[in-house]
Design a protein around this ligand. Structure first.
Ligand SMILES: *Cc1c(COP(=O)(O)O)cnc(C)c1O
Length: 383
């Protein structure tokens, strides 16, 4: 390789290695069963332990989207609506729609990217059954405010905590309290199981429903599978799906969970703090407001106002530094209104947002270079 050739700096990355490979090998070569069995039971137990909740509260799924779908279906259906911020991954919207309900696009706060409750209040209609706050970048925003809003309106809360695994709110881990909380363990999330997700709730009715619904609606099949038994004489009363996790995925997730506390979460926190130290106090780069000690930042998003986002983005890409846009607002997508509804705050943010690389393999020296390139574009040229 040409020594002057720059190596690619990736936007995000799964940090997987020998330990995960050995865990998968153990399932493939020794366990004799790759489907949903003992390993999934252990992963759920360890997730519960990590979160500090009873074992029964954790229900794993094959993706974060299927977790959100099952949660949405447990509390809403055709003819109902769910309030959700437009600035989220399309997974949140598709999950609501898959449940038969209509997602109502809401604005976010421009400094936290959490759902704007004043805007949600304005868009509230009587068939709204739930609000789905998205813990953008891992930060839950004003969660007390969201629960107070839900209580006042008599609606449920489904937390899309796909970004927020490991984050805390007022000293408590996301997922250890609240109504229904959904995580994602897809390839680039804070921990991965290859693909995967989980629903965490204390509501016994929701628990009973989603445990069956992830296994085609076969009643009480989860417990049987964990005991290496099968259901032959069973009943089905609800629509179900093939949404369960497999032993292979769970074995990866278990290793990741161990690494997370010791290595991956501290590294993310260190890198996020370094970004913030380097970029704070400027008005041409705006950082999100979040508590960096309580948040295991999933994505390093900044706002670049004044129409300069694209030039900064191009300059970084030219130096082989990958960037992202989280996200194209859902209300602009054809399936969700195609922009008929105007959300001026969200649309302005969409012009300004830029996601910079963040993953546990990144180094502070990478961040130095990223900030230097940004600085050159912002200060060097435009004054
Ligand atoms: C990743 C993600 C999801 C969905 O999770 P998958 O495991 O990829 O299905 C949902 N919401 C948000 C905000 C996400 O980033």
């Amino acid at each position: 390789m040409n020594p002057t050739e720059k190596t690619l700096v990736r936007l995000s990355k799964s940090i997987l290695g020998k330990a995960e490979a050995e865990a998968v090998e153990r399932i493939l070569c020794q366990s004799g069963y790759v489907g949903m069995g003992e390993e999934v039971d252990l992963f759920e137990r360890e997730l519960a332990e990590y979160l500090g909740v009873p074992r029964d509260w954790v229900v794993s799924t094959n993706t974060g989207t299927s977790a959100l779908h099952l949660a949405a279906e447990a509390v809403s259906g055709p003819g109902d609506a769910v309030l959700v911020q437009s600035l989220t991954y399309v997974a949140s919207f598709q999950a609501i729609r898959a449940a038969g309900a209509e997602p109502i696009s809401c604005e976010v706060h421009p400094r936290t990217f959490a759902i704007d409750l004043n805007d949600a209040e304005k868009r509230f209609v009587k068939n709204v059954k739930a609000v789905m706050p998205v813990h953008y970048a891992g930060s839950p925003g004003d969660l007390d405010g969201i629960y107070a809003f839900a209580k006042k309106k008599g609606i449920r809360v489904i937390e899309d905590a796909a970004h927020a695994f490991g984050s805390c709110y007022k000293g408590r881990r996301i997922g250890s309290f609240g109504d229904i909380v959904c995580f994602s363990f897809d390839g680039i999330k804070n921990i991965t199981s290859g693909e995967g997700g989980a629903i965490v709730t204390s509501d016994p009715d929701v628990l009973a429903r989603v445990k069956d619904a992830r296994l085609l609606g076969v009643e009480k099949d989860s417990g049987k599978r964990f005991a290496s038994k099968r259901s032959w004489d069973f009943d089905v009363r609800i629509q179900g799906y093939r949404y369960h996790m497999s032993n292979v995925m769970a074995s990866i997730g278990r290793v990741q969970l161990k690494k997370f506390e010791l290595e991956m979460a501290p590294k993310r926190i260190t890198l996020a703090k370094y970004y913030h130290k380097k970029l704070q106090g400027r008005d041409d780069v705006i950082l999100l407001d979040c508590d960096l000690d309580a948040t295991v930042l999933h994505i390093q998003v900044v706002r670049i106002p004044g129409g300069k986002r694209n030039t900064v983005r191009e300059a970084l890409e030219a130096e082989k530094i990958q960037t992202g846009l989280h996200y194209k607002p859902n209300h602009l997508l054809s399936l969700f209104g195609g922009g008929q509804e105007r959300l001026p705050v969200t649309e302005k943010l969409y012009d300004e947002i830029l996601t910079l690389p963040l993953h546990p393999d990144l180094e502070c020296s990478n961040i130095d270079r990223i900030c230097e390139i940004m600085d050159k574009q912002l200060v060097g040229k435009c004054q």
